[in-house]
Ligand binder design. Structure first.
Ligand code: FE
Length: 357
């Protein structure tokens, strides 16, 4: 059974995280605006508000315009500002589609009435039920796992596996001065802690997270990539990161002295999240926007969509990259996004209480 099938068999958590939340100014980028590339009978335009970095979708959007004649105008920003923009624009919004890298943001946008439900046999067939909104307001397009990564210099996989079976083990004093974490302000970590609260309850989760903070090798990092570089450099022995950051590092620089330990494989499973998309409530180009979402869910496109960021395709008919396949199979935490979404404030408060900066 490959890792994706394995993941889907157990269900996946649709949680809260964000990719590329850099605080950059919003950018507007027309894709495929070369008139020569579009068929004579251009079939219109779709406006996409995307928190997924533009370079991760640009090629696909251009291909879509070439194939269909439909132009895609993308507005890129963090999910928070994009959602506020949608709210402020109301019925006048030009946006047809919202893409986030955080199911929690999609969940929040849906709660705010900013996304409209769609009926699509294609999306229902291509996106597993556990990777989409029960009310069909958004659909997962790629899956990411927030996992344990460790330095392989001085330890074997067997040695590490015998010491660390799950997230809670990183609270053990034997990791004092060796653990590295990203900032608690980042939604990836809030999601993880919310999932742990759902799993263990607040008192036990607080004990675990307190242990993590006591074990820190250095101040929390501002990105998963910096954290991985610190593991490679030997500054950190172990850390918690999204799997694709290691995938990217390997793709860019070759083999790294870092390995992944899938946590809690005998228990609740590794915490996973999605990148996904929904149609806006006031979409002007609803039919064209739905066709774009359906196209993004097809196996061939899925492999490219996920592959651009070393993620797992949401569509089980598509395969992840060879690098990601090399990370091996895992079992995902099947907790529902709605539950974890509602626990975000509790997670943030808990992280503040234990002094996780
Ligand atoms: Fe990310």
């Amino acid at each position: 059974m490959n890792s994706l099938k394995f993941l889907l068999c157990f269900g996946a958590a649709l949680l809260l995280a964000a990719c590329g939340r850099g605080g950059d100014a919003p950018t507007q980028t027309p894709a495929g605006t070369d008139p020569a590339a579009a068929p004579a009978a251009a079939a219109g335009e779709v406006v996409v508000y995307t928190a997924r970095k533009y370079q991760l979708v640009e090629e696909l959007f251009e291909q879509y315009t070439k194939d269909t004649g439909v132009r895609i105008r993308a507005v890129t920003d963090d999910a928070g500002p994009l959602i506020q923009k949608l709210k402020a624009e109301g019925a006048n919004t030009p946006a047809d589609v919202l893409i986030t890298v955080d199911a929690g943001d999609l969940w929040f946008a849906a709660q705010e009435g900013l996304l409209a439900p769609v009926q699509s046999a294609t999306l229902a067939a291509n996106v597993p039920e556990n990777l989409r909104d029960p009310e069909n307001r958004w659909y997962g397009l790629a899956v990411r796992a927030r996992t344990i990564a460790y330095g392989t210099q001085g330890t074997t996989a067997e040695q590490f596996a015998s010491q660390v079976k799950g997230y809670a083990d990183l609270a053990d004093p034997k990791w004092k001065g060796k653990l590295c974490l990203r900032s608690s302000k980042h939604v990836y970590n809030r999601s993880l802690v919310a999932a742990l609260i759902a799993r263990y309850g607040e008192p036990k989760t607080e004990e675990i997270v307190k242990g993590w903070v006591a074990n820190l090798a250095t101040d929390p990092f501002s990105s998963d990539t910096l954290l991985l570089e610190a593991i490679a450099a030997g500054q950190c022995g172990v850390g918690i990161v999204n799997h694709y950051y290691l995938g990217r590092m390997i793709a860019e620089k070759g083999t790294q002295p870092i390995a992944i330990r899938w946590p809690d494989q005998d228990g609740a499973g590794v915490h996973v999240n999605i990148s996904g998309a929904g149609l806006t409530a006031h979409a002007k180009n609803r039919d064209a926007a739905l066709k774009l979402l359906e196209w993004l869910s097809t196996p061939e496109v899925q492999a490219k969509f996920a592959g651009a960021n070393q993620e797992y395709p949401a569509n089980p008919q598509a395969q992840p990259s060879d690098i990601v396949k090399g990370f091996g199979e895992y079992r995902a935490d099947p907790i529902s996004v709605a539950k974890v979404g509602s626990m975000q404030p509790d997670a943030a408060k808990l992280m503040d209480r234990v002094g996780w900066k």
